[in-house]
Every structure is written in C-alpha cells, then in structure tokens.
Ligand binder design. Structure first.
Ligand SMILES: [Zn+2]
Length: 126
C-alpha cells in the first residue's frame, strides 16, 4: 500500500471521526483527484440512505475535476474504530459510468487492495 493510499484512508477516517452522528452519518468517503481530495458523508434517512461516494463525486465534478485517482469509503464500527467498506451495487454502477478509471480502495481478504471501478461490476446495467 502506498503512502498516498494510506493518507487517503486516514483522511476519510478523520473526516468520519469529526462528523460521525448516529442515525445520520456513519460512513465517509474520500475521492482523490489530481491534487485535491473531496471528502463527504453519507446521509442516513428514514426512507433510504444516500451513500458518501456519489456526494464526493458530485462535489468533484462540480469543481471541474475530470481525472480521478482513488476513492475510498470508511464506516464507523461499534468499537469506535473505522474500517474500509466496499461500494454498494448502486455506487459501483455510478463509478463505472462517471469515472471507470478510478481505483477503488477496498478490503480484499483482510488486506487493502485497489481495483479499477470498471472491474467491480462485470455485467453493468445498460
Ligand atoms: Zn453506495
């Protein structure tokens, strides 16, 4: 794992530690573009949750970003520690459509790995 990846995971974790609210925000995401990191929180609602990843992506797109390097999401565990969480199916579809080249940081068999978004959803909805 590179220092860049370690730093991005830590940025997402710190963002979540600072903004965690039970039943509101228990996942955070960090999206690394060229020189800038876009942080976000997921929104927990009574009807459905809005994931952190699309919020980070939307923020990056609104700022004119076109090159996406890494994205990670972290979740708050009951023991107060954070851990990397893999993107849900909807987010995999979204990443594939908007930034298929982004490297998604995830836990693979208890080790941190990166996988291109284009490889996370082999048979996407078209
Ligand atoms: Zn999601």
């Amino acid at each position: 794992m590179t220092q860049e990846i370690t730093d991005l995971v830590e940025q997402a974790s710190e963002h979540l530690r600072q903004n965690y609210k039970q039943y509101q925000h228990h996942v955070a995401s960090a999206l690394k573009c060229n020189d800038k990191v876009y942080l976000s929180l997921h929104l927990d609602t009574k009807g459905f949750d809005i994931c952190a990843e699309p919020i980070a992506l939307s923020n990056a797109l609104a700022n004119g970003e076109t090159e996406f390097k890494y994205i990670v999401a972290v979740i708050m565990k009951k023991d107060g520690l954070t851990e990397i969480v893999s993107p849900c199916g909807n987010c995999r579809q979204m990443l594939l459509q908007y930034c298929p080249q982004v490297e998604v940081i995830l836990n693979a068999d208890d080790r941190i790995a990166t996988v291109a978004a284009s490889k996370l959803l082999p048979w996407p909805y078209n």
